[in-house]
Design a protein around this ligand. Structure first.
Ligand code: NAD
Length: 267
């Protein structure tokens, strides 16, 4: 079964809720054991661990800030200590700190770049180092390692009043593609998912404000807000040998948001 991740070990950042949790659970459903990184919510991470254990896989919660070198190294150390060498790394942690350009503080800028982009760099660097040290395991995967970023449709669509977020995701796009180019010959595949509007805490206030849901649905040709599992399933696919010839790509998981539905007009 090319979709199977049996016998593989994964780390997922920001996996105490939302898309990160769904990625961790879908990787486990496909057969992987998972180190569940969390930043703030120990309870959330323990809930993710319980969901994975209910699927018959192993999981551990690991606290850490993806913007901190030592924490990222420790995430891999803990995963290796519990489960053995890491085959799959999912860099999912991300945040928004929205403001109009002229109201945006340097702290707002640095906070978002530090987690979304620098966190992605630190995850990529550590994952590639660990994949090299691990060596090939042809009995579980054709690739030496699989690295997957959680980007956003805003790696392509400009986003007024969110310039820090859009810049971080645009940066992530070329980080992903450049790393993919650098390590492909070693058998390491590097890809991204770009979610559109997925129902999680990150956009809860937007969805719940008056008219917010209608405004969001206008941007989604497929006519529904996504679930975290919509993204988690694609991440599990990208991690599997079914996607063995895919590297350096972004899969948009967005119900058609990047089709620019405003241009549909009235036919
Ligand atoms: P979320 O707020 O539920 O999850 C984000 C997670 O990242 C949280 O668990 C948070 O604790 C964690 N995190 C934040 N800073 C961290 C740090 N420094 N170190 C470790 N973890 C940290 O929202 P989500 O929607 O699940 O977001 C997950 C990813 O998906 C983010 O990268 C986000 O940009 C991306 N995304 C989400 C959507 C959407 O519509 N929900 C759309 C596009 C992209």
């Amino acid at each position: 079964d090319l979709l199977s991740l049996a016998g593989q070990v994964a780390v997922v950042t920001g996996a105490s809720a939302g898309i990160g949790r769904a990625c961790a659970v879908e990787l486990a459903r496909a057969g992987a054991d998972v180190a569940v990184n969390y930043h703030g919510s120990r309870e959330g991470a323990e809930e993710t661990v319980a969901l994975i254990e209910a699927l018959g896989r192993r999981a551990i919660p690991v606290q850490g800030d993806v913007g901190t070198e030592g924490d990222v190294a420790r995430l891999f150390d803990e995963a290796e200590r519990q489960f053995g060498p890491v085959d799959i790394a999912v860099s999912n942690a991300g945040r928004q700190k929205d403001a109009a350009l002229t109201d945006m503080t340097l702290d707002d800028w640095n906070a978002v770049i530090g987690t979304n982009l620098t966190g992605g760099f630190l995850m990529a660097r550590e994952a590639v180092r660990r994949f090299r040290a691990k060596g090939r395991r042809p009995e579980v995967s054709r690739a030496l390692g699989k690295l997957i970023f959680d980007s956003s449709v805003h790696q392509r669509i400009p986003w007024a009043f969110h310039v820090n977020y859009a810049a971080s995701k645009g940066g992530l796009k070329l980080l992903m593609e450049s790393v993919a180019q650098e390590v492909a010959s070693e058998g390491i595949r590097v890809n991204a998912v770009a979610p559109g509007a997925i129902a999680t805490a990150i956009n809860q206030s937007e969805r719940e404000k008056a008219g917010g849901m209608d405004a969001m649905l206008k941007l989604i040709p497929y006519g529904r807000v996504g679930d975290p599992e919509d993204v988690g399933r694609v991440v599990a696919f990208l991690a599997s040998d079914a996607a063995d010839y895919i590297t350096g790509q972004t899969l948009f998981v967005d119900g058609g948001m990047v089709l620019y539905p405003g241009f549909k007009g009235n036919g």
